[in-house]
Design a protein around this ligand. Structure first.
Ligand SMILES: CC(C)(COP(=O)(O)OP(=O)(O)OC[C@H]1O[C@@H](n2cnc3c(N)ncnc32)[C@H](O)[C@@H]1OP(=O)(O)O)[C@@H](O)C(=O)NCCC(=O)NCCS
Length: 400
């Protein structure tokens, strides 16, 4: 019998099943006042009043080619242990994908615990999520700052004080980086809530230059390791420019006698370019994230492309789940804008997963052709596709 899909009846059901699936290791109870994705965004299977399968898609966006692309962040996917192996996992994720399509999300991303399930539904590898360790000795000290960085004054604040500035700073900082999330209001509300409810040492400061907030630094002390030194978990680092970044580094370097390193989800190269050395930076990868195009035309239009590039490549796209994506198209880029127009002879034939990998810049068409992930097309067309989607390797900076 085909299971009936419905949306979440009560946020507590989702929290309880989530605790069973992912381990409620900190023993938290359901926090009714925590800002939460609306229940309509979680697709479920119930047996009478028991929730046995769920899949949530959070209203988010990601930057690609310097533009913010509407993204459904797939999260909290799971099936009760005694109901696994019967197709319920695929069923609820498929329901989320169709709902995202209806809602206007043009891509979806997630952190897989089983890539095979998501690959069978059209997701492909799309960048890493992990943590970077930066020894404090690598950061510039206050005495090394130039006048612009030195004119920034830091003082304690609360998230309520800097909510608006935080979103603006993050937008300008994240925009050039493929894959970095564009936080919608819910994510900022959750950041503030979780911060306020975090027990233990936590410090939130803002740096002001000429009356304007140009840096926000939020960090927590982590327990000393064997040598007695603390490490700092850098929860947020939001800066307006290079001077503000150096000033924020120097602020953190001020902890150098008691702290050995900071840890952050920002990638190695973000720090690497801004440091004198950087040879001791280390990255620990937690997840290879995956992305799927939900609406191929909408996704192609939404992201940015190199401004001086003009290409026209015929594609034949196959999507077993979202019917409106299927067909022959001409993919065109002119003056930094992309479009997918129905028609053409279907030169390069590819599935939705292969197209998703190419879209994020992770999949190189010529290499994917060698691996049998796409067929047809000329070398020039493979090169044109690669050039259109070229850019910094995508990185995920926040877990959801
Ligand atoms: C992953 C999970 C949702 C699958 O649920 P399910 O109802 O058993 O899934 P389905 O029966 O629809 O199987 C779909 C696919 O999942 C994958 N899968 C299921 N169990 C798996 C396991 N133990 N190890 C690896 N892959 C697995 C397989 O690709 C499977 O396809 P196949 O049967 O054709 O090989 C379920 O095991 C679960 O809730 N796990 C704990 C929470 C979790 O890991 N959630 C995913 C977060 S990204």
């Amino acid at each position: 019998m085909t299971p009936t899909i419905e949306t979440l009846r009560d946020a507590k059901h989702g929290y309880d099943l989530g605790g069973l699936l992912f381990g409620n290791i900190d023993g938290e109870t359901h926090q009714a006042d925590r800002p939460w994705s609306p229940n309509e965004r979680t697709h479920c299977v119930y047996e009478e009043d028991r929730l046995i399968a769920m899949s949530r898609s959070i209203d988010m966006a990601q930057y690609f080619g310097g533009r913010s692309v509407p993204m459904g962040g797939l999260s909290g996917v799971g099936v009760a242990p005694d109901r696994r192996g019967r197709g319920l996992g695929r069923t609820v994720v498929s329901a989320s994908l169709l709902a995202m399509h209806e809602r206007g999300d043009v891509i979806s991303s997630q952190f897989p615990t089983t890539a095979s399930m998501y690959r069978s539904l059209g997701y492909e590898y799309a960048g890493d999520y992990g943590s970077t360790r930066v020894p404090l000795a690598e950061l510039p000290r206050g005495s090394e700052l130039d006048a612009t960085a030195n004119s920034i004054e830091f003082s304690a604040c609360s998230w309520g004080d800097v909510n608006h500035e935080a979103a603006t700073l993050w937008d300008s900082m994240a925009r050039p980086h493929n894959g970095w999330q564009d936080h919608r209001p819910l994510l900022w509300q959750q950041t503030a809530y979780d911060w306020d409810h975090h027990e233990g040492g936590k410090y939130l400061v803002r740096g002001v230059r000429d009356g304007k907030t140009v840096a926000i630094v939020a960090y927590q002390q982590e327990a000393p390791v064997s040598d007695g030194l603390f490490s700092l978990w850098l929860e947020q680092l939001l800066v307006a420019d290079g001077g503000a970044l150096r000033a924020a580094f120097a602020y953190l370097a001020g902890h150098g006698t008691t702290v050995d390193a900071i840890k952050t989800t920002l990638p190695v190269d973000y720090f690497g370019w801004a440091l004198r050395g950087g040879e001791h930076l280390a990255h620990h990868k937690t997840f290879r994230a995956m992305t799927r195009l939900i609406d191929v035309s909408g996704a192609i239009e939404a992201r940015g492309y190199p401004g001086g590039l003009t290409v026209a490549v015929p594609l034949a796209i196959v999507d077993p789940l979202i019917d409106s994506n299927n067909g022959n198209y001409i993919f065109e880029v002119t003056a930094g804008q992309g479009a997918l127009t129905p028609g053409g002879d279907g030169g390069i034939a590819l599935g939705i997963g292969a197209l998703s990998a190419i879209y994020t810049g992770v999949g190189q068409p010529a290499v994917m052709a060698q691996a049998g992930q796409l067929s047809g097309g000329t070398e020039v067309q493979h090169g044109d596709l690669a050039a259109a989607f070229a850019g910094p390797a995508p990185v995920f900076t926040a877990y959801f």
